[in-house]
Design a protein around this ligand. Sequence first.
Ligand code: GDP
Length: 307
Amino acid sequence: MLTVLSGGTGSRKLIDGLVKIIPQKEINVIVNTADDIEIYGLYISPDVDSVIYTLAGIFDEERGWGIKNDTFNFHEMITRIVPTYSWFHIGDKDLAIHVLRTNLLKSGMKLTEVTKFLCEKLNIDCKIIPMTNDKVTTYIFDGIKKRHFQEFWVLHRGNMPIKSIIFDNIENATPSNEAVEAILKSKLIIIGPSNPITSINPILSLARMKDIIISSEAKKIAISPIVKGSPFSGPAAKLMESLGLEVSAYQVAKIYEDIIDVFIIDENENDDRFKELNIEIVKTNISLKTQEDRIRLAKFIVNNYYK
Ligand code: GDP
């Protein structure tokens, strides 16, 4: 069994490759839930949904979110009446998932149980595991106002000053039991090429999470989301800069240094400082753009660290 720590974009692509190489039932995915948001009273879990849709074969690869060939009748109608969330598009098929999740949560099920139910119904054999059943929320503070991460990224496209990043309630949140079990039973733990600040950091900041990972007998690897000083996509650079961190694969390696054995960087990366770190640095092509890319990197990982 292997476990991937994931957000909703980079790691999702790696998982898309992994399922072509090994059986789904051998794969656990622990997913960030700090981006979760309530809109129109609906509980929306964007990273969990991106992983679910990918594994159900219905992810909209062109848009980079939601379900392919979805329609937006609900969105059109509701924003005609109340424009408050006109910036957050919810497709009609996507809406079905949010309505179901919200109702199941209201009936007393935990987020992990609801996710398991959705996976069963969508014929997904991978275990998709929300990182926690506790509420954790990422906010971006611009010095005047605190905004939900979705508002920062989707509405403002990241174009606002960042004074601080807040993971609300993280100090009281514990990893879900399923996440702990997955980590302790795995032969390989992969920190996917996700945003280290707002996707992986919330997972690693849960109570005892780092110690649980360290105590696992699994081989621990991470894949860089950054090549030659630039992320492939998303706000990682801006978020790292706001924390006074250099935007580099080396910096990401430093963030994970105390919990991983191997850090996978791009074959074109040249940085002598990697030698200072107490981890093995491995170079390969880490682009996950095409299906071939995803399968190639998944094969590389499975052949070197899982077989
Ligand atoms: P979010 O939940 O949407 O923020 O997504 P993630 O945190 O899972 O992923 C965002 C990160 O994925 C960014 O930092 C990107 O640099 C990284 N990423 C996107 N595409 C690729 C890719 O093709 N290869 C690699 N190595 N990283 C990627």
